[in-house]
Design a protein around this ligand. Structure first.
Ligand code: ZN
Ligand code: ZN
Length: 368
């Protein structure tokens, strides 16, 4: 970690006054973030700039963190929150169409790997949950009841991990701090690495006689149900993050997050590509030649009338705008493309055969 004195003032980074309102801060961030987003800005320092802007915003947009920063500056903030914790409740995706992919793709790269859970203050582990949705459910979004198994303080030892009637003792290896500090100095940068004490697993306490129910872990696993809000328009592979709904910790450090990965079931009549949907519509040979109006079923169960122009070839995609999937972030809907399939007539009646033969003769004459 570089010394905090090298950091620029967060207000200066965002170009706002110290008395700026939340909205002014948000606007300044949005403008700068779009300008320096590494997806758009190919300058070599764009990523570093973007990181600086995002960090400044993460702190100034959070009342508690902003107060701490106003009072104590960078030093106070970095003492209280790790770089990871500064960013954790912060929705970067909001300004980029709300795509969760941004949060876990591009932004994951920008901020580098999250600090390993085993280092420093052991934050609770993230939990993963796989949620399977139909295409209709993904389009609707809304609340889903999720069942997870999460650890809780052990009933017998109340989380201490020590056999009832005994108490954990201060860890002899780390003197009860739970951490071991390694300091390296080089090239004017002071590197401080904190690692969890191996003997007490960062708890600062050592258990002589472990609790038989939890084997000294202090936790037992219990089922929980919780409500997750699924935004309309989620796609396969996206991750919805519920902050603080992961594993709690015995030490009282921040709980982990619950990461809900979306899996979409294939649909019988719609294919999805981004916000667009594709569906096949079958029309007769005569309708394709003369043009027609056909009814197209949409994903929401309603049907819309669509005009098929005269002379439409089989395989043509006709666009029905605004009838696709909802765009994440609530900005309208994608398109529905109907793929026209022309049915070649079979089982002809004598009269149909007569007409088609006559048509064939006319066509043969025209092509002479
Ligand atoms: Zn126990
Ligand atoms: Zn220890």
């Amino acid at each position: 970690m570089a010394t905090t004195e090298q950091k620029r003032d967060y207000y200066e980074v965002l170009g706002v006054d110290r008395s700026a309102t939340r909205d002014q801060i948000k606007q300044a961030y949005r403008k700068l973030a779009l300008q320096h987003h590494p997806d758009r800005n190919k300058a070599p320092d764009a990523t570093a700039k973007f990181r600086e802007i995002a960090e400044a915003y993460a702190v100034l947009s959070d009342d508690t963190k902003r107060r701490e920063y106003d009072a104590t500056g960078h030093a106070g903030v970095s003492q209280r929150w790790s770089a990871d914790d500064l960013m954790r409740d912060f929705q970067f995706g909001d300004f980029f169409g709300g795509r969760f992919g941004d949060l876990f793709g591009t932004f994951g790269d920008v901020f580098g790997r999250r600090i390993s859970r085993d280092q420093g203050m052991a934050r609770g582990a993230d939990l993963r949950y796989d949620l399977e949705l139909t295409l209709e459910e993904a389009a609707r979004g809304g609340d889903r009841l999720i069942q997870i198994t999460r650890s809780e303080k052990c009933r017998d030892c109340k989380g201490s991990g020590a056999k009832a009637g005994t108490n954990p003792v201060s860890c002899p290896d780390c003197g009860g701090t739970g951490q071991k500090q390694h300091v390296q100095t080089g090239k004017g940068v002071r590197m401080v690495t904190l690692t969890s004490c191996a003997k007490c697993h960062g708890r600062g306490l050592f258990i002589e006689i472990p609790c038989p129910l939890c084997q000294g872990h202090g936790v037992e696993f219990t089922p929980h149900s919780l409500k997750a809000q699924i935004p309309p328009g989620v796609d396969d592979g996206m991750v919805v993050r519920l902050a603080g709904q992961g594993e709690p910790t015995v030490s009282g450090a921040t709980s982990g997050d619950l990461l809900i990965r979306i899996h979409l079931r294939p649909h019988r009549s719609f294919q999805r590509q981004g916000d667009d949907l594709y569906t096949a519509v079958s029309i007769s040979f005569a309708e394709a030649a003369l043009g027609t109006k056909t009814s197209v079923p949409c994903l929401d169960g309603e049907a819309v009338k669509a005009a098929v122009p005269p002379g439409t070839q089989s395989g043509t995609a006709l666009r029905l705008s605004g009838k696709g999937m909802p765009r994440l972030g609530g900005k309208g809907k994608g398109n529905l493309f109907m793929i026209v399939e022309v049915r070649t007539p079979t089982d002809l009646t004598p009269r149909q055969r007569e007409l088609l033969e006559e048509l064939a003769k006319l066509e043969a004459k025209r092509s002479q």
